[in-house]
Write a protein that binds this ligand. Structure first.
Ligand SMILES: NC(=O)c1ccc[n+]([C@@H]2O[C@H](COP(=O)([O-])OP(=O)(O)OC[C@H]3O[C@@H](n4cnc5c(N)ncnc54)[C@H](OP(=O)(O)O)[C@@H]3O)[C@@H](O)[C@H]2O)c1
Length: 232
């Protein structure tokens, strides 16, 4: 089965779809023939042809609950929304450290918990398989002090992804993680262009990997090197 054959029956939700990598995921899913809900805190800022904008703040339980009700035909979730406070764990504002964990860990988990029953219901009724892609980082594995809060939250996201994958595999839902280094988005506007990859290419690569059943999609050379060094 080609990736397009898979995605033309897909109904996807992308979180944080109004800009950056999330926007590229939504555009790529539309190009592959999927029905796409573009989740955003301010849905009026979604500017992507062919998507259904939907209000979704992943740190707000009521917003997550409403989104799962509104987007009741979803079979694929891309947990993309994220923040980068650059807080150091010892000196950084504790609110920033909490925001990283509330967003990358608890927010992603809240969306997952709300949408698993939705995905399960739809695959039971219509057949096929479901999928969840969690956008993580090379910093799930590399933990510099200067990005302590972000790295800890992405490491927690990695553990969550593995645990949820084991829970959901027998229930017909594949769970994958994207790990990647710098991409050219607002999040790392201060990084020189030659050190960043194109988020549109990463979105394509990640969706290819997700629909091919990969557990971990490694987005760039740095990420592959760091992952390889973990067993060293
Ligand atoms: N850029 C990189 O170098 C890089 C590298 C590795 C991994 N990542 C990961 O890639 C993902 C996308 O980041 P990006 O680079 O595209 O960053 P970005 O351009 O800063 O976009 C972040 C997106 O997340 C949304 N968001 C933040 N908090 C949210 C919340 N509570 N509820 C809903 N949406 C929320 C933002 O919405 P608003 O417009 O409302 O703020 C925005 O749409 C993140 O998980 C990030 O950690 C990025």
């Amino acid at each position: 089965m080609t990736n397009n054959e898979h995605t033309e029956h897909t109904v996807a939700l992308v979180t944080g779809a109004n800009r950056g990598l999330g926007k590229r995921f939504a555009e790529e899913l539309v190009a592959r023939g999927a029905k796409v809900y573009a989740g955003a805190r301010r849905p009026e800022t979604v500017d992507i042809a062919g998507v259904i904008p939907i209000a979704l703040d992943i740190t707000d339980p009521e917003s997550v609950r409403r989104a799962a009700e509104e987007a009741g035909d979803v079979t694929v979730v891309v947990n993309n929304a994220g923040v980068s406070t650059q807080a150091n764990l010892l000196d950084g504002p504790i609110e920033d450290i909490r925001l990283e964990m509330e967003t990358h860990y608890f927010g992603t988990l809240a969306v997952t918990r709300a949408f698993v029953p939705v995905i399960e219901r739809n695959i039971a009724e219509n057949g096929g398989t479901g999928a969840i892609l969690n956008v993580l980082s090379v910093l799930s594995w590399l933990h510099p002090g200067t990005s302590g809060a972000y790295s800890a939250a992405k490491a927690a996201g990695w553990a969550m992804t593995d645990a949820v994958r084991e829970d959901l595999a027998p229930r017909g839902i594949h769970v994958a993680a994207l790990h990647v280094g710098y991409m050219d988005t607002d999040m790392v506007i201060y990084i020189p262009a030659d050190q960043k990859t194109d988020p549109a290419l990463i979105a394509k690569l990640a969706l290819d990997g997700l629909f091919a059943g990969q557990n971990e999609i490694l987005g760039d050379a740095l990420t592959r090197t760091v992952k390889a060094s973990l067993s060293g």
